[in-house]
Every structure is written in structure tokens, then in C-alpha cells.
Design a protein around this ligand. Structure first.
Ligand code: SF4
Length: 309
């Protein structure tokens, strides 16, 4: 199976203690079967501590979170006790994988780094060269794809190439994907987005702030420095979310979803620029919140896709 990753993937490293929104807080951490077996057999005080931290009451065994929904192995300095005492090899699948996501085809896997991770967001959004992907494992000549998958990859490649046409302003590139008069308007979708299940209160707060101050973002010009980061964001969205069309046939809906999410992040940037509060860290933070709220909830994405039909 061939595995593809975005350029720069190999340089990613966790921010660890410097991460302001550690993934070791606020998320349920399910333990996969093979890690559970390792933990059950692990000798010594670390094995004992790990076993005491596992909650087996629910559907899946998971780590019993501490106050503030913190992983029991997360130290005050942001480092992980399990890694420090037992090495990275002891991490359960979910922790070892994060923030990676995967899309599966018959003969390839596309892997990427999710924007819910601050370190990944900084890396992906600060890249100056157009986003590109390369073979990470396997042999290109031996890739076994269905005709439908090949057609899909060609189509998505054309969409991404359009988005990366830097001789045009970003909004004109977007208009070539869907003509302006046929595009969806964020304003119409704000009530739906605000009503979705959310993890962090900061997200609905940001959305309701947009609803209260439409003049700051509707039709507002964005600071020029955002052109490249927003192009990177849209390339990421296309790469990550369009493959789902192979299973649900919602090609147009998924394009519309990506453009709506671009509009949403653009509106947040415009609103904060109007207040003189916009910088790169805020962009990373908006994308982190977006990803955590939407990309980890199939239900939320489906709700938006249904509404876009
Ligand atoms: S969110 Fe990313 S940078 Fe932060 S602790 Fe998790 S993997 Fe590391």
C-alpha cells in the first residue's frame, strides 16, 4: 500500500511543553487492544500506575481523565510521564497517531497532519511554497487504483491547481471553482454552525460574535499577508475532505463545504483585523478550533453537508 504525505511532514514535531492547547487535555483517550495487552503485561511501578489509570467501565477502555480533563500522564510542564518513563513505544495508538489523519483508497493511503494540532497548524499555514504531497512509503509504479479513484485524483488535482494559481487573487481562484453568484453565504449558515455540538465554548462564542458584527466581515478585504495561508488552508481542506466523495458521491457538496469553511475562517480573520487584533497566531487558533469542532465529528460535517445540498 502506497502512503502519501504532505511536503514538510517529516519535519513535524510535537510542541510538547510549549503547546498552549495540548491534545492531552479535553479529549477522551481510548486504548486499543494491542496497547491494552502491553499495559496489562507491563511490570514494575509504571505498569501498575498505567493499570490504575485505565477505566474499563465504558464501551472502550480509556484513560481516566483527571481534573480539567487532563490525561493522567500529562505533567504540569506539558511533558508526558509515560514517554519519559517508558519511551514513545508505550503510547497507545491514538496518542502515537495524533495529529495524523488518513484517507484510504484501494491501493493508497493519504496521510496528513490535522489542523487541530497547533504545531501542525503553524507548520502547514506558514508554508510559502504551494502545498504538495509526496510518496512516503511504497512504490508509485505499483499503485493499484480503481478507474473511479484515478478520475477522482485527476479532478482533485485540477481543483488544487486552480486554488494555487498565484497570478490571481485568492477570491478570483475561488470564483473559478464555483461562480460567485452560485456560492453559499456564511451568514445563512451561522445559525446551523452555532447549533452544532461543540467541544470548546470559544467556538460558539466566535460564531455569535460574527453574527453580532456582520459589517466587520461581510465584503471586507482581508489583509494581504493572509493570501498564502488561506490558500494553504483551502489546499488542506480539499486534500482532506474531497476523498469522502468517493464513498458518499457528494463531490459538489464537499467542495461547497471546503469553501464555506474558508469563508468562515476568512470572516473570523476579517472581524479580528477590523479590531486590530489579527496575527498569524490567531489564524492558527481559528483553524485549530475549526478542526477540533468539525473534523473530529462526522455528525457535524454531515449536518453541514446535508444543509449544503
Ligand atoms: S496538539 Fe500537537 S503540538 Fe500540541 S501536544 Fe498535541 S501533538 Fe503536540
Amino acid at each position: 500500500m502506497n502512503v502519501y504525505v504532505p511536503d514538510g511532514y517529516e519535519q513535524f514535531s510535537c510542541l510538547m511543553g510549549a503547546c498552549r492547547h495540548s491534545c492531552c487535555k479535553g479529549w477522551e483517550i481510548d486504548i486499543d487492544d494491542s496497547s491494552l495487552q502491553v499495559y496489562q503485561a507491563l511490570e514494575g511501578p509504571l505498569g501498575e500506575r498505567i493499570r490504575k489509570s485505565i477505566d474499563t467501565d465504558g464501551e472502550n477502555p480509556c484513560f481516566r481523565l483527571q481534573a480539567g480533563d487532563r490525561c493522567p500522564f500529562l505533567r504540569e510542564d506539558g511533558l508526558c510521564d509515560m514517554i519519559l518513563e517508558g519511551g514513545e513505544g508505550l503510547l497507545c495508538q491514538i496518542c502515537a497517531d495524533h495529529p495524523r489523519y488518513r484517507n484510504f483508497y484501494s491501493g493508497r493511503v493519504e496521510m496528513g497532519l490535522g489542523l487541530c494540532c497547533e504545531g501542525a497548524g503553524r507548520m502547514l499555514l506558514s508554508r510559502q511554497a504551494p502545498a504538495a504531497w509526496h510518496l512516503f512509503e511504497g512504490e508509485e509504479t505499483k499503485e493499484d487504483l480503481t478507474e473511479e479513484e484515478r478520475d477522482f485524483l485527476c479532478w482533485r488535482g485540477e481543483m488544487i491547481a486552480l486554488i494555487q494559481r498565484r497570478d490571481l487573487p485568492l477570491f478570483q481562484r475561488v470564483n473559478r471553482i464555483i461562480p460567485e453568484e452560485e456560492q453559499d453565504h456564511l451568514w445563512d449558515y451561522l445559525p446551523l454552525l452555532m447549533g452544532l455540538e461543540h467541544m470548546e465554548d470559544a467556538w460558539p462564542d466566535l460564531l455569535s460574535d460574527l453574527q453580532r458584527h456582520p459589517r466587520d466581515w461581510q465584503g471586507a478585504a482581508l489583509p494581504e499577508w493572509l493570501e498564502i495561508p488561506l490558500e494553504q488552508l483551502l489546499s488542506y481542506l480539499f486534500y482532506r475532505h474531497l476523498p469522502g466523495a468517493l464513498w458518499d458521491g457528494r463531490e459538489e457538496g464537499r467542495i461547497r463545504y471546503c469553501l464555506l469553511m474558508l469563508q468562515l475562517i476568512g470572516a473570523l480573520c476579517a472581524r479580528h483585523a477590523a479590531q486590530g487584533e489579527m496575527d498569524f497566531s490567531r489564524l492558527v487558533e481559528f483553524c485549530r478550533l475549526y478542526s477540533g469542532e468539525m473534523e473530529y465529528s462526522d455528525e457535524n460535517i454531515d449536518c453541514v453537508l446535508d444543509a449544503l445540498e
